[in-house]
Design a protein around this ligand. Structure first.
Ligand SMILES: NC(=O)c1ccc[n+]([C@@H]2O[C@H](COP(=O)([O-])OP(=O)(O)OC[C@H]3O[C@@H](n4cnc5c(N)ncnc54)[C@H](OP(=O)(O)O)[C@@H]3O)[C@@H](O)[C@H]2O)c1
Length: 298
């Protein structure tokens, strides 16, 4: 393919057909979009070709054939190594990078893409692979608002595409923040299952009751985010001191049953630090001060 040759056969190209890239390509195909795929190990394209995908013979061909180029690779270095040699082909296209990385890497890749005349969207798949293609699968994007607006219908085949803003670094910021948040909830859940299990409770039975409890927990987020914005922490949901004492009961009960206490001790240490730095009588969202100021006990 020569430098001046320009033909577009596909709506979207997907480069990298690992677990995630394969699901992305499947979702585009299911939505009826002409989809070109490329993967280092060519055999991984076979099942997608059977579903109607076009198999590009090279990375360059994959880039040249679509106005929307989606990459999903292990890291940004791999993305740079693969796209670097074909960078001139990106001109006039939109590069969507669903590779996990840091805010700094996203900013630097956006600048690199702009230097080659491409619009850039950084993105992150927030619902693992299992929900991809369903409306509840959250995908966050940041970068060129124009690129997002023009390709939104195609990106919506992946799930629920949310544009976070023009700063390309926002997607990895949300990605890591939401990952940490999900792990906080899951770590609490795993500990709770173990504690309930020590009383003979079946994990599925516990999960059913825990799921009923979650709407209350998520309802606190809107209210507490307002408190954080205002810098005012009423004790409507209990004080830091009261919760610190309750967390100690959880540690003691867990220890008495021979369970690991890593999870409640971690939360307990945050609450204790908040008490020690003068936030004991604040509402629980007051721990934000301990986190943001990195406050330490004297
Ligand atoms: N899987 C998930 O649940 C999930 C969820 C959210 C985000 N992500 C992110 O999505 C990205 C991809 O993850 P994945 O789970 O799809 O990974 P994966 O299953 O391990 O696939 C990795 C892909 O990268 C390709 N690759 C690796 N090194 C390469 C190189 N040097 N040159 C060319 N291609 C290379 C592999 O090609 P070969 O087939 O030739 O090895 C394969 O297509 C990661 O950044 C991950 O953090 C994944």
């Amino acid at each position: 393919m020569s430098e001046n040759e320009s033909y577009e056969q596909s709506t979207v190209s997907v480069i990298g057909l690992g677990q995630m890239g394969t699901r992305l390509a499947q979702a585009f195909l299911t939505a009826g979009y002409t989809t070109t795929v490329w993967n280092r190990s060519a055999a991984k394209a076979d099942a997608l070709v059977a579903q109607g995908a076009v198999h590009a013979a090279s990375v360059e061909a994959a880039v040249a054939t679509s106005p929307l180029v989606v990459v999903c690779l292990p890291d940004y270095t791999t993305v740079s190594d693969l796209l670097g040699p074909v960078a001139p082909r990106l001109s006039g296209r939109v590069l969507v990078n669903l590779t996990s990385g840091t805010p700094e890497e996203a900013a630097s890749m956006a600048a690199w893409a702009a230097g080659h005349g491409a619009d850039y969207l950084d993105g992150a798949a927030m619902s693992g692979t299992r929900l991809v293609g369903r409306p509840e699968a959250l995908f966050v994007f940041s970068g060129s608002p124009e690129a997002f607006a023009s390709h939104r219908p195609v990106l919506a085949s992946l799930g629920n595409p949310v544009h976070l803003g023009a700063d390309p670094a926002l997607a990895p910021v949300y990605d890591t923040a939401l990952f940490g948040m999900a792990w906080g909830a899951l770590a609490g859940f795993y500990h709770a299952v173990a504690l309930a299990g020590s009383a003979g409770v079946d994990p599925a039975a516990f999960a059913a009751v825990a799921t009923e409890h979650m709407p209350f927990v998520t309802s606190l987020m809107a209210d507490h985010s307002r408190q954080i914005k205002n810098g005012h922490f009423p004790d409507d949901d209990g004080t830091v001191e009261v919760h610190a004492a309750a967390m100690e009961h959880l540690v003691d009960t867990s220890r008495a049953r021979g369970l690991g206490t890593d999870v409640p001790e971690l939360i307990g240490s945050l609450l204790d630090r908040a008490v020690a730095t003068g936030h004991g009588s604040s509402g629980i969202a007051g721990v934000i001060e301990t986190i943001t100021k990195g406050e330490r006990n004297a």
